[in-house]
Design a protein around this ligand. Structure first.
Ligand code: FES
Length: 68
């Protein structure tokens, strides 16, 4: 799904940025240009980023559990 219409940025791109280390909206703005024009996508971009970071943390936890 397209999150940022102005820059044509999808949730997949935001999730990939999160996997690559993006932790804040400012990171997404720098890396992808999200929310740098009209700004209407900022809230949705933050929600997708938060969700992706929670998934990554959960996966890391599961991996740590499997290794112990
Ligand atoms: S929709 Fe993202 S800056 Fe306009």
């Amino acid at each position: 799904m397209i999150v940022c219409v102005c820059r044509r940025i999808s949730d997949h791109q935001i999730r990939q940025a999160a996997r690559d280390g993006a932790q804040t909206l400012e990171c997404l703005q720098f890396e992808l240009g999200v929310a740098t024009q009209c700004g209407r996508c900022g809230e949705c971009a933050c929600a997708v980023l938060r969700e992706a970071r929670e998934e990554a943390a959960s996966e890391a936890h599961a991996e740590a559990c499997l290794q112990s």
